[in-house]
Design a binder for this molecule. Structure first.
Ligand code: HEC
Ligand code: HEC
Ligand code: HEC
Ligand code: HEC
Ligand code: HEC
Length: 219
């Protein structure tokens, strides 16, 4: 009786199913990387596109002390933080610096009714869901995710906005929690102002418990 002659050692039998799995998964993995992984807007800390008007947060939110909500007035109630329309700027600039060269595009926009083409800085991929009001109304301040905007001449992305970054806080939000009336105070540091006990108590009192379910952010 002829016996099957084993030319290769037995363990090599595992190579075939193994390589089938690798070959089957690789294209999807590559597709994910190309489509999302290398997207500079989603991952690049320091992304700082030039804007059509040199609008300075350091001047308006810093030196002049305007509250973020004067311009981003939906941030407490909606998923998106509104970018202010030209008319918000004109509240002041019909009077202030009305001969400024730098403001020409603003006055043009006012006359033509065409919005100013501000360039987006922070931009998650479409498959990730984010909601401002869910954070801002639960004691997470702008500074935790955007840094010291009130010191920026030109806005840049300060945090990675990666999934790992989101989850790090969802697992342990306590170091970031602050009283609701300090949400837009970027100089307020909860780690300095509140004791660990106070932050824990804040979390318990307001039953703050961020979800880590995939469907919270991928819906
Ligand atoms: C006078 C109006 C005004 C005030 C006050 C203001 N902003 Fe803005 N903000 C803008 C405008 C206009 C843009 C779009 C142009 C740009 O990116 O600079 C913007 C852009 C931003 C962006 C980037 C948006 C994107 O495209 O990703 C963030 C984040 C932001 N503001 C946060 C804040 C915070 C935090 C405060 C308060 C400390 C604040 N802003 C105060 C007008 C304002
Ligand atoms: C509450 C009043 C107020 C609002 C609202 C406001 N600004 Fe201003 N802005 C000022 C003042 C005051 C200055 C001058 C600051 C300084 O140099 O002392 C200024 C300066 C500027 C300058 C510099 C002009 C120059 O020639 O130096 C630009 C550009 C500008 N603002 C754009 C905007 C835009 C765009 C908006 C709307 C998103 C806006 N501002 C909203 C008060 C305002
Ligand atoms: C928990 C993190 C977090 C907090 C807190 C937060 N933001 Fe954002 N912000 C983001 C992310 C993430 C994006 C990008 C959202 C997207 O692409 O869908 C963003 C985008 C923005 C934008 C662009 C418009 C938009 O909604 O996409 C503005 C303006 C802005 N934030 C202002 C603010 C202001 C003002 C505050 C405080 C009152 C604030 N943010 C608090 C994470 C945060
Ligand atoms: C600094 C802390 C912090 C960071 C960073 C953060 N979150 Fe949250 N998130 C919270 C807290 C706190 C809540 C509210 C939990 C509660 O209400 O019990 C929350 C709630 C949410 C919710 C629930 C909204 C709803 O409909 O109930 C979503 C969605 C969410 N976060 C998405 C994100 C995404 C996406 C990112 C990253 C881009 C992110 N979060 C980053 C702290 C954070
Ligand atoms: C708190 C919000 C949040 C939760 C919960 C969450 N994700 Fe994500 N996820 C994100 C964000 C934001 C991105 C985009 C990251 C980027 O652009 O760099 C992302 C990206 C991804 C990607 C794309 C590849 C990558 O790593 O960038 C996959 C796959 C993914 N998530 C799967 C999951 C699965 C599976 C779960 C549940 C176990 C989950 N996510 C839970 C926020 C979340």
């Amino acid at each position: 009786m002829a016996r099957v002659h084993h030319v290769f050692p037995k363990w090599t039998n595992l190579l075939l199913p193994g390589s089938i799995i690798v070959l089957a998964v690789a294209p999807f993995y590559v597709l994910l990387m190309v489509t999302y992984g290398f997207s500079p807007r989603a991952t690049d800390v320091g992304y700082q596109p030039p804007q059509p008007i040199p609008f300075s947060h350091a001047v308006h939110a810093g030196r002049l002390g305007l509250d973020c909500r004067y311009c981003h007035n939906t941030v407490e109630h909606a998923a998106k933080a509104a970018i202010p329309p030209t008319e918000t700027c004109m509240n002041c600039h019909t009077q202030i610096k009305k001969d400024s060269e730098l403001l020409k595009p603003l006055f043009e926009s006012h006359e033509t009714g065409n919005p100013i083409p501000w360039v987006r800085v922070h931009d998650l991929p479409d498959y990730a869901y984010f909601n401002h009001s869910a954070h801002v109304s639960r004691g997470i301040g702008c500074a935790s995710c955007h840094g010291r905007i009130d010191r920026m001449e030109v806005v840049y992305q300060q945090q990675p906005l990666s999934m790992g970054w989101c989850l790090e806080c969802h697992r342990n939000p306590e170091p970031h929690l602050r009283p609701l009336d300090e949400i837009t105070n970027l100089a307020y540091d909860p780690l300095v102002e509140l004791t660990p006990q106070q932050r824990r108590q804040f979390r318990i009192d307001n039953s703050i418990n961020p979800s880590q379910d995939c469907s919270t952010c991928h819906r």
